[in-house]
Design a protein around this ligand. Structure first.
Ligand code: ZN
Length: 115
């Protein structure tokens, strides 16, 4: 197991390789031969927002095509994003933010930071 820092691929490194664009988590997933539902869940936000690298996106796409649970998760995530876009911006207290994140994590299996 080689850490990306050992390979000189730290995020600030402007090397010739484009591996530096991957987070540790994404690198770990790219190294696997099969990605799991948990991996897909962790990448779902980036997948829906089209922020994943093409290779990761393909792998998530492949998994979602053959896994109805993740397909439901993706659908739910997209619905939440769509709904959120229709809402006017509101200032919410830290407590409400925290509970909203907890609820989203629970319902959609997301990993939003809840401090
Ligand atoms: Zn799945």
């Amino acid at each position: 197991m080689v850490c990306k820092h050992d390979l000189g691929l730290a995020a600030h490194d402007k090397g010739t390789t484009n591996m530096s664009q991957f987070s540790d988590h994404e690198l770990r997933i790219l190294e696997k031969s099969h990605i799991t539902c948990a991996d897909v869940t962790a990448l779902l936000g980036g997948f829906v927002d089209n922020e994943l690298s093409p290779s990761l996106r393909d792998r998530v796409h492949q998994h979602i095509r053959s896994c109805s649970e993740c397909r439901d998760g993706e659908q739910g995530y997209r619905e939440v994003i769509q709904l959120a876009k229709t809402l006017a911006p509101v200032e919410v207290s830290g407590d409400v933010k925290k509970r909203l994140r907890q609820a989203l994590n629970q319902r959609l299996g997301l990993t939003l930071a809840v401090e």
